[in-house]
Each structure stands twice: as C-alpha cells, then as structure tokens.
Design a protein around this ligand. Structure first.
Ligand code: SF4
Length: 465
C-alpha cells in the first residue's frame, strides 16, 4: 500500500507519516545521535566531578562545572519534560543515554526472563519519590559529585538490568527508571503518537518484516502514547502503524477511563504533585525555618547535641564546609519530614476531593474508573508544577549571569493559570461522560478546590514567600 493510502487510512499527516517511516529506515543516523548523546552525557557527568568546585567569580561559559550544571539541571531536565508534553517520548527513544546503554547491554547480556519483582507496577512511584528526596539531601542540583552519584548510579543500574534481562530490550526504562512514570503521564498530553490500526494489522499489509519494540509495548493493541518511546521502528508495519497528530486531550478524555491505573494515579497525586511540591518548597518555606529553629532550641536546652552535628559524608547529607553548605542530622530529618508531610497532606486532600467528585458523578464507581479518569485531568497542572519547580534553577543561574529576566514572574503565573484552565476543561469533559448536567456542574466544585490547593502551593513559593 502506498504511503498516501496509509496516510488516508490512518488519518495521518503526510509529513508525520513520512517522518515515522524515515525514522524506521535511518536507524544508522539515529544510532549516531544516540551514541553521541552517550559520550556527551558521560563527559558532562564525570569531568565536573573530578574538578575543583567553581569559585564565586566563575561563569557558565568559562567554567566546565557550572556549564555542566546548567546543561543538566537548567536546560536538560526541565525541557525534556516539556518535550514529552509537546512531542511524546522522543527523548526516551532517540536521545536518552540510559536507554541506549541499557538496550546495548541487553543485546550482549544474559537474556534472562524478566522476574516478577521487576514487573511490580509500584516501582515508578517508589523510585521517583526516593530519588527526589535523596537528591534534596545531597543537593544534587548544586554539586557535581552528587550529580555523578545519583545519575551515574541510575545509569549503572540501567546497564546491569539490561545486561541481565531481556534480549535487545529496555527493561530498565519500562519498569524501573525513576522518571519513566513521569514521562508516561506527560506523554498522554502529546499531540503526536504512533497510531495503530488493529484491524489492518490482522489483515496484514506490504511491510511484514519483524521489528524490535525495545520498551516492550504490545504494539498491536497500543491505544495511547504513554508507553511508546517514539523510536519509529514499528512505523508502517503491516500498513497499520503510522506517526499521526491528535488532540492533546484525546488520550486522557477519550481513553482515560480505560487506560488509567491506581499506581499511575498515586504517582501523579502523591509524587508529581505532592513530593515535587515539598521538594521545591522546603528551601523557601518560613514554616520549615520556624519548626527547625524550634526543634534546635529544644535539643540545645536538653543538651542533645548529636542531631546538630553533620555525618561528615557528602553522599549521606550535603557536606561542603568550604562553601559553608553543611547539613546536620536535624536538617536531613526536617527535609525528609517536610517533603513527605507535604506529599501526604496535599495528596490526601486532592484524593479526597477527587473521590468526592467521582461520588457526585455516580454513586457507584465500579473499579474506581471515574476516580481514575477524573484524576488524569490533573496531568496538565502536575506537568506545569514540575516545569516551574525545575526551571527555578535555570532562572537562578541565568540571574547570576545578569540575564534580563523581569518577565519570568508574569510568565510563571500565565503558565499556572493556563494549566489550571486546561485541567478544569479536561475534568469538565470527563465529568460529562459519566453524568448529566447538574451532577457534572456540582462535581466541578471539588475539582476546582483541588486545582486551587495545588495553585496555592505554587503561588506561596513564587509570590508570597
Ligand atoms: S511502539 Fe515500540 S517500536 Fe513502535 S515507536 Fe513506540 S517504542 Fe518504537
């Protein structure tokens, strides 16, 4: 079947269709890009860690450590998240060095079957929360040795898992990567995806040669783009797979009831929204300072001095005396408590409000489908919060370089407003699928309260504090 015919059948855009097929054919170019990324990543990870820390007069463009810090945390991390929202998981399939390395290790490794413990669906939640909290304890955004430990540790684990399990697969990316769950959620909003026509697949077509879907997606029955790494290897298979445009709302509004899961919901509410809010808040929170001072006075008055000492190991708690940046045991305990308390309080509030909204829409919610469906409407505000928090370092570093950024606060509020409106509109359309006019209207009240709670957290950080 000609490309034009497939395009018509798949309702695909001609350019996108050709792009998908080009990606399938030109694996050679993609592999050059992938291995270039691996080399750049390893250089940026290792070189700053063996150099002395930058002095007060160093700049991004004349100091390799600051340059690497800006690339990793100022550009790479926030804008990779943006790319998942705008383009789907192209980052995972084409650019991610860990994906390339784990697939390479899997090609040359032991090819063992994937054990049950790896397939546990809670890993993305646990791994995201643990790496976020640990990253805060060792100040991963500030110090290259901490970056090497956290990112390098993840890369070594990816290679080991790849070496042991699967054959040319990305077992690490599918089940264990600490950020794969976040990309999974964000890619639901992407206006691009590989669309699969299951009927055409069964009929067969011109292109029948086998392909390797490294992240283990069941391509024939793939309905959304959340798990797809957009690598293009299946493009055109049986004339049934094509890169297409779609509405950014489609995967959540039209398919969310079918594709949503409880673990995904937990990651969104307690992780992407709750833990992230706590992690970005503690450094600026007046409550954090007040409670810490209170506890420190209590400890001093009771001659309990050891919690006010540092363990003296940078890989346990931030320990850079020359930079006057040392965390003691109390700091560590406070950071963990603050992040977890924020996650639990904010997450439980949102969960309660969403369950209330689901109850208003329908008294019985078999399999909690309405709750899970409605919860996904918070993906835009969750994505926006992550971007705002992560781009905070970008702004701080650019300010230190005297870049004009007076427009940033306005842009932040516009993004926050836009994300709230997007989430509310999605919730409105989802509610309309489950109930009539009045319950739908009533259910929007708890949804609006949940959005208000999240927005208030960001307003506290960027306006009030
Ligand atoms: S379904 Fe698999 S093979 Fe197809 S584009 Fe996505 S990741 Fe690649």
């Amino acid at each position: 079947m000609a490309i034009e015919a497939i395009g018509y059948q798949m309702h695909g855009d001609g350019f996108l269709l050709r792009l998908g097929h080009w990606m399938r054919r030109r694996r050679d170019i993609i592999q050059i890009v992938q291995w270039t990324m691996v080399v750049l990543y390893l250089l940026m990870l290792v070189v700053p860690a063996v150099l002395p820390l930058p002095g007060n007069t160093a700049h991004i463009l004349d100091n390799i450590t600051l340059f690497a810090q800006f690339i990793f945390w100022g550009l790479w991390w926030p804008f990779v998240l943006v790319s998942a929202v705008l383009l789907g998981r192209f980052w995972c399939g084409i650019f991610c060095p860990e994906g390339t390395l784990t697939e390479f290790a899997s090609r040359h490794g032991r090819h063992r079957a994937i054990p049950k413990w790896i397939r546990w669906r809670g890993w993305p939640v646990v791994a995201f929360m643990m790496t976020t909290i640990y990253g805060q304890l060792i100040s991963v955004y500030q110090y290259p040795k901490a970056t090497l430990l956290l990112l390098g540790g993840s890369t070594v684990a990816a290679v080991v898992i790849g070496f042991l399990y699967g054959r040319e697969k990305r077992v690490w990316c599918r089940y264990l990567c600490p950020v794969s769950g976040v990309f999974h959620l964000l890619a639901k909003l992407a206006p691009l995806h590989y669309r699969v026509d299951s009927v055409q697949w069964l009929k067969g077509g011109q292109r029948q040669e086998k392909f390797n879907c490294a992240p283990l997606v069941a391509v024939r029955v793939m309905k959304g783009g959340a798990d797809c790494h957009m690598c293009g290897r299946c493009s055109g298979y049986r004339d049934a797979v094509a890169l297409c445009g779609r509405s950014p709302n489609r995967e959540i509004v039209a398919l969310g009831a079918e594709l949503g899961s409880m673990w995904e919901q937990r990651l969104l509410i307690y992780g992407v929204i709750g833990v992230a809010m706590g992690a970005f808040h503690w450094n600026a929170s007046p409550w954090f300072v007040a409670i810490k001072q209170h506890l420190a006075s209590f400890l001093l008055s009771h001659d309990l001095l050891w919690p006010l000492t540092s363990p003296g190991a940078w890989w346990m708690l931030t320990d850079y005396p020359a930079q006057s940046d040392v965390f003691n045991w109390l700091d560590g305990a406070m950071i963990v408590s603050y992040i977890l308390t924020t996650a639990i309080l904010l997450g439980a509030t949102i969960e309660g409000l969403l369950r209330g909204a689901a109850k208003i829409l329908r008294r019985q919610d078999p399999g909690q489908r309405i709750f899970l469906h409605l919860g996904q409407s918070l993906v835009p505000i969750g994505a926006c919060g992550l971007f705002l928090g992560l781009s905070g370092l970008t702004v701080t570093m650019l300010r230190a370089e005297h870049v004009y950024l007076a427009w940033v606060p306005v842009l932040r509020m516009l993004l926050l407003d836009g994300a709230c409106i997007w989430s509310a509109m999605m919730a409105w359309r989802i509610a309309g699928q489950h109930a009539g006019a009045w319950p739908r209207l009533l259910a929007m009240l708890p949804v609006a309260m949940a959005l208000g709670a999240i927005a208030t957290g960001w307003v506290c950080l960027y306006v009030i504090w």
